[in-house]
Design a protein around this ligand. Sequence first.
Ligand code: PSU
Ligand code: MN
Length: 308
Amino acid sequence: MKQYLTYSEEVKQAKAAGMPIVALESTIISHGMPYPHNVKTANEVEEIIRNNGAVPATIAIIDGKIKIGLSEDELEFLAVSKDIEKASRRDLPYLLATEKHGATTVAATMICAQLSGIEVFVTGGLGGVHREAEKTMDISADLQELAKTNVAIVCAGAKSILDLGLTMEYLETQGVPVAGYQTEILPAFYTRTSPYKVNFKINSPEEAAKLIRVKWDLGLAGGVVIANPIPEGAALEEQYIKQIIETALIEANEKRIKGKEVTPFLLKRVKELTEGKSLEANIALVKNNAEIGAQIAVELKTQDIKLL
Ligand code: PSU
Ligand code: MN
């Protein structure tokens, strides 16, 4: 195993010192946001995590190595290069075997986080069950990963490019708790609400950390989703974004976009149709998640120390 993993100096030291570490994904950098917003956001998110007492570990595959923590040059490379595959669970072995580059999705980032002993992961939105999945079978590998890999993920819910109802059903079947951060309603990424409820409401990083620890203490494999709504001022108007998402979905259908291209295509079209407003919202919610995620990672360590 060790031969596949490379740690940045910062993460190596944090591990040795037993500091709280927060994993970050790289698909959002290479395939989720345009340059230079992607690299600027990635750096700012890392800084927010440091300012909240934890150490950031952005995860990616570079030259066939799993990198846990990236240098500024590596972040820049992921942000500009067109040579970076979107890497989910199925892609990891191929990219390592052929020494290629990959930007890790939620699923792949969870796998790498678990391999390196990181318990908390911050991102924007989860993949999920796509609309009309009963015909296309398009269900993100992120959901299966949450069923089996022990990493807690802080996100702003899932985007309504997905079928949120079916996504919640899938997670229930797989035994994945979805906890709302100070909310009873499932947030829908660009908006603070959706027609669905979360399973449980938690009010603080302490409560989140307890929930996560108890799940794993019980030997229940898999993740926990902490759904943290986008900040009030950054949320988009519900009807407005709904109609834009519908338009993007129709276009994806007409263009017969398939497989792993679907999510990046929809994100890009939504950004164009909102003239960048969706990108601004995306940046605001990731930063908000970084703050809460770092606090949860700190709290997990604090609670562990109390038990010693
Ligand atoms: N949602 C976003 N931005 C993203 C993604 C999701 O708002 O960049 C990425 C994440 O990496 C997620 C992946 O894991 O898309 C899901 O892709 P798919 O639906 O192909 O599994
Ligand atoms: Mn898919």
